[in-house]
Write a protein that binds this ligand. Structure first.
Ligand SMILES: [Zn+2]
Length: 111
């Protein structure tokens, strides 16, 4: 599967789809919706902060390398193994993405 996720107070909010349902983008299969779209649709009313307030990440799949790439906020590096989202028995690369910064990692964050 591929997907996007947020981690809100140690709780995982994961939105995923199968590789068949994913969107092809170059060599990658990607979840078709953005963090902002999902957040505004499901969580904004509940948490009343913007989509980039909490740590977040994205799981995509490289078709040529048969490898999952998991891009995460740097504050999730230590917790990622405990979230239960790393595909088992697959090749996986876990990478920081400077686009993914929560309000704690982004010094310029304005609420
Ligand atoms: Zn962070």
């Amino acid at each position: 599967m591929v997907g996007i996720f947020f981690v809100v107070n140690n709780q995982l909010l994961l939105h995923k789809c199968s590789l068949e349902e994913a969107e092809k983008y170059g060599d990658f299969l990607n979840y078709p919706q953005s963090h902002m779209e999902i957040w505004d649709q499901y969580y904004y009313k509940k948490f009343k902060v913007d989509f980039d307030y909490f740590p977040r990440g994205r799981i995509i799949y490289n078709i040529n390398e048969k490898t999952y790439y998991i891009y995460i906020d740097k504050c999730l590096v230590n917790d990622i193994k405990n979230l239960g989202i790393i595909p088992q028995n697959e090749k996986v690369k876990i990478l920081n993405d400077f686009h993914y910064k929560c309000h704690k990692c982004n010094k310029n964050y304005v609420i």
